[in-house]
Design a protein around this ligand. Sequence first.
Ligand SMILES: [Fe+2]
Ligand SMILES: [Fe+2]
Length: 280
Amino acid sequence: MRIDQISGAIKAFPAMPGAALKLMTLADAPGTTIQQIEDILRQDPGLTANLLKLANSAYFGIPSKVGSVRQALMLLGLKRLIQLVVATCASAIIDRGVPGYDLPAGELWRHSLAVSVAAKGLAGELKLQAADEIFTAGLLHDIGKLILGQFVQEEYPQIERALAQGMAFEAAEKAVIGIDHAEIGAHVLAQWALPDNIVHAVRWHHAPEECEHIDVMLDVVHVANMLCLMIGIGVGREGLLHEPSHIVTRRLGLEPPHLEKVASQTLQWVNELSQALATA
Ligand SMILES: [Fe+2]
Ligand SMILES: [Fe+2]
């Protein structure tokens, strides 16, 4: 059965690298030392190298060159350092083409990065306190597409019919395949044992009003995703006709100038981060 095939694909999905998971646990543990962080990263020189590249990107605007984990930790703080570790690990998993959604190699990664920085930017505009995990939630929000893509491809004629009747893409996934990419993504992240608030934001990113409780992080990721689709980053078959939920923008207190400001900066932020990762 289709649903069995999909749950098999979720189970077979690559695990989040151990270093990222260990660091995420340490981020919440009291009394974490620099030594512990260094010990974990020492075991993965490739990850450390990419982490330092990102730390040196224009996006973070650190004036001096970051040459070591210790320095990165001092300049960025543990939470931001962990975001970079997750970003580095996620890029290896997400940076490929996704059939079904018409996303060429690199495009889902670019979209994911864009939603992360836009979410972070919106959180900054709104002066939100608990914005630490927003970057990670933004980065991973569409990870379910990596699994669902193959099934979307197989069922595309039917999905296209649903879209022609005015159905939203994720609603068409659910109607035709029985599950949408947001729900699949939440299963993957729960399997990775990521914090519940991240899993939750990913699960409801297309339907924040349907979720049982109000969650600011979810609302921000929802708006950031719509914003990136509206400005055309990683659109594929989802199309350009998107708008954030009015209920959500109202309860966040988001005004058009906030959205315009973040929309105008997002592309530059994405370029700064992706250029840093691309440098050898
Ligand atoms: Fe999505
Ligand atoms: Fe998205």
